[in-house]
Design a protein. Sequence first.
Length: 239
Amino acid sequence: MRIDVVTIFPEYLAPLRAALLGRAIERGLIQVDVHDLRDWTHDVHRAVDDAPYGGGPGMVMKPQVWGDALDAVCDEGTRLIVPTPAGRPFTQAMARAYAAEEHLVFACGRYEGIDQRVIEDAARRMPVDEVSIGDYVLVGGEAAVLVIVEATVRLLPGVLGNPVSAEQDSFSDGLLEGPSYTRPEVWRDLAVPEVLRSGNHALIDRWRRDQALERTLRRRPDLLERLPEDSLDSRDRAV
Ligand code: 6GU
């Protein structure tokens, strides 16, 4: 998979080369390029923004600069992702879909956003998603790109040490994951739940399922409401 990011703060994307993502690059599983939007400016001031039509606070990013940048970076196989608090909420299902793409391009807006015609024009040639990572406002799309790329790349074959852990994640079965424990058996007078040391794997699976259901009910009741009818059995319903 190829990933290109266009931003006015290229240094903000340095973490794309760290840890898990850095290893994926080293191993040739992904290719990552970060581009400075100002490379496509036309004036001596290297201006990327201008006052909004209709008035109001803040600045809007200029269409000519973004148009030239995207012409240079996008090709036939590109999906363009524009992080914005006004986008569709990013989900695990979208991460799975992105993991199947060959080329992702991220266009990071700052200020009050990018002239909407840039998105409209790009959508004539390629799939375009305006995506939000949650109901709060960031200064720009850069931190959102880090989130979306990490969630996507960890799903690529060979990136995670143990592929089973991706399958057992919170959200992959529509529930939050329950608690985990490691040694020692007692720590600061707190004991590991007895069932986990029983060796009875049917009992352990049932306990974990119940913990996931209880946690989801308490913290994210909205997730339970969206679960398909047939994904809960009669034991689940008792919880
Ligand atoms: Cl994707 N961008 C910005 N600027 N703010 C956000 C966001 C994205 N998602 C939530 N808040």
